[in-house]
Design a protein around this ligand. Structure first.
Ligand code: MRU
Length: 345
């Protein structure tokens, strides 16, 4: 699988996803500011990858501190976490990672600065390694839902480009392919930034998965014309009751799936669950620049001054979700109870 993000030579190295599929270029982020810029413009994106980037961002922050005073060091790292936390609001994986880094500071108050730096590095690398393992586990659980000869649908990119391994929703397809199943995938292009067209299609084609690109507004017609066996998407934040935020358009797909009686699955690791919130109304939804909608692939496609509403995510009501594939198995209804049982011992 392609390496989307890694820690190399004291830098966060990441694929500049804004350039795909035209160019495969890497950016070496040497400081927190460059990393936050990359997050904001979606050079690195996808909930699990944002978590890993946040952990690496803290390591970049360490390089910006000199001195031996632990109190000053803690204050500096807290500031770095606040800066990274202000980059994008919806994917809870980013905040989960920052919280884990801050917890290391709390747990070892008597460490010297070099000692605590080593622990922070271990924590960031642990999150990277854990993400690789959970992708494989989710993939294996999810692959059981794929039938030989089946046809599936996905939106946005929840693949290798969104994680440290082969992804969440797309990981299900990769695992099914490894299990020698033969199937087809429809990928929605995912306006306005085309993560489906630019990233998912590119990834699936590289891995010899039969993929057909459709515009977002073709989804209903495709569901009517072809037998779609199931829909798989990722998530950016899942509330305690199962309501799930994901790329704008996911809710639309789930509503259409209900009408067409198509099972609708979310695939996401534990780090995407936010058990501090009751339901989807509490999920902060990022709104992005109007220019993303006023233009298409870099060309102006609407009057320059037209009013625009550009939410980057929507929330799918848990009632519309058939199951949530996690590294601990597939969670089914009633979600509130079963999410608790899965994650709270
Ligand atoms: O705006 P993006 O590209 O970061 O949105 C990404 C998604 O919505 C993904 O589906 C989600 O983060 C899950 S990635 C495994």
């Amino acid at each position: 699988m392609i390496e989307t993000i890694l820690w190399k030579n004291n830098c966060a190295r990441l694929i500049d996803q804004t350039k795909l599929p035209g160019k495969l270029e890497y950016i070496d982020c040497k400081d927190v500011e460059t990393l936050c810029g990359a997050i904001k413009r979606l050079s690195v994106r996808g909930a699990p990858a944002l978590g890993i980037a946040a952990g690496f961002g803290v390591l970049l922050g360490i390089k910006e501190f000199s001195g031996k005073d632990r109190r000053l060091f803690n204050a500096h790292i807290e500031q770095v976490c606040a800066t990274i936390g202000a980059s994008r609001p919806t994917a809870v994986n980013l905040f989960y990672a920052l919280e884990r880094m801050l917890r290391v500071l709390e747990q070892f108050p008597h460490d010297t600065v070099p000692q605590i730096c080593a622990r922070l590095k271990n924590e960031a690398m642990a999150m990277f390694n854990e993400d690789q393992q959970v992708c494989r586990k989710m993939g294996n659980y999810g692959a059981k839902l794929i039938r030989n000869g089946g046809t599936y649908m996905t939106v946005c990119n929840a693949g290798a480009l969104a994680t440290a391994d082969y992804g969440t929703a797309l990981g299900v397809f990769y695992a099914a392919k490894e299990a020698k199943k033969d199937f087809k995938v429809f990928s929605l292009e995912t306006r306005p930034l085309l993560q489906g067209a630019r990233l998912t299609v590119w990834e699936l084609m590289q891995n010899n998965i039969d993929v057909t690109l459709i515009c977002d507004n073709m989804a209903a017609a495709v569901m009517k014309k072809y037998k779609i066996d199931a829909i798989f998407t990722g998530a950016d934040r899942i509330a305690s009751n199962g309501d799930s935020a994901n790329k704008i358009g996911t809710y639309m797909l789930a509503v259409l799936a209900k009408y067409h009686k198509i099972p609708f699955y979310i695939v996401a690791p534990e780090s995407t669950f936010d058990l501090s919130i009751k339901n989807g109304t509490e999920i902060p939804i990022e709104e992005r620049s109007a220019d993303e909608v006023r233009s298409f692939a870099g060309c102006q496609s609407a009057p320059a001054k037209v009013k625009v509403y550009n939410p980057a995510f929507d929330v799918t009501d848990q009632k519309l979700i058939t199951g949530i594939v996690t590294e601990k198995g597939i969670i089914r209804k009633p979600f509130k109870e079963n999410i608790r049982k899965t994650f709270i011992k």
